[in-house]
Design a binder for this molecule. Structure first.
Ligand SMILES: C[S@@+](CC[C@H](N)C(=O)[O-])C[C@H]1O[C@@H](n2cnc3c(N)ncnc32)[C@H](O)[C@@H]1O
Length: 253
């Protein structure tokens, strides 16, 4: 399969990110715990400010103008910069965080080394484990999703080896009513994928040829209409949480 473009641009997105992507409180608690007792925190690829702690001194870095403009006024304004060239001195922050962003970085290793350089103690990364992305039922409708995500998400070992130090990998359970609309968030709400605005808030679709997306959506719609989806995967509707590919990697220097 041909992956359409090497990069995804949040500046070209017409859909308001926060319409479908908000801070999920259960995930925010895990991130907050991972940050430990850090007083100063750098958030790289900060987007619209989801998961940014409110009780610490935060510095945010976000290259997309469109994303920076959507940050609520209670969040600090984000600095326009890229992960692989952070405009800070060594050891400037107690902790740093990069949430659902590293797969967008053109040089992931360089970006991770930059995070390590500017951080005194703890680096927190939230990402998807490419080895398990295929567990989600959506892969049966859109096998291309697995190919795209395998190509984009780095292996967890690459992250821990690059950051070095003592690392911990925490699987993140996704609640049934998750309000951060990445793809696994809708494991119990398959009808959501029929909505264009939901898909446009999930970057992997934009790496597929439009025909592959249309095919996945019409197969899913047909199975929902006929009851086949519920026969095959309906138990997900009652599952209070989903253990998919979402991971938090915590590295202590
Ligand atoms: C899926 S959003 C996540 C935003 C936010 N961290 C969150 O959890 O809601 C990915 C973000 O990574 C940013 N990004 C893309 N390339 C980047 C780079 N090279 N360095 C830093 N951030 C980047 C995008 O602009 C976008 O805001």
């Amino acid at each position: 399969m041909k992956i359409i473009s090497p990069a995804y641009s949040y500046d070209k997105q017409k859909v308001k990110y926060t319409a479908n992507r908000q801070t999920e409180p259960t995930i925010a608690r895990l991130i907050n715990n991972a940050l430990g007792n850090a007083k100063t925190v750098l958030n790289v690829g900060a987007g619209t400010g989801s998961y940014e702690p409110t009780d610490r001194n935060v510095t945010a870095v976000e290259p997309s103008e469109v994303m920076r403009a959507q940050r609520p006024t209670e969040n600090v304004p984000a600095i326009a910069a890229y992960a692989d060239n952070l405009p800070f001195e060594d050891n400037s922050f107690d902790a740093s965080m990069a949430i659902l962003t590293i797969h967008h970085w053109p040089d992931i290793k360089k970006g991770l080394l930059e995070l390590k350089r500017v951080t005194k103690n703890t680096v927190v990364i939230m990402t998807f484990d490419p080895e398990t992305v295929g567990r989600f039922w959506l892969a049966d409708y859109c096998p291309e999703m697995v190919k795209v995500d395998n190509a984009r998400f780095p292996e967890i070992d690459l992250i821990t080896n690059t950051l070095g130090g003592k690392s911990k990998v925490v699987p993140v359970p996704i609640p049934k009513d998750c309000i951060d609309g990445f793809n696994e968030a809708f494991y119990a709400r398959p009808e959501a994928f029929l909505e264009e605005s939901v898909r446009r808030s999930q970057s992997f679709w934009d790496f597929l040829p439009r025909e592959a997306e249309d095919k996945a959506v019409s197969l899913l719609k047909a199975d929902l209409d006929s009851g086949k989806w519920d026969k095959l995967y309906g138990s997900h509707r009652d599952q209070s949480e989903f253990h998919g590919a979402l991971r938090i990697v915590v590295s202590q220097k």
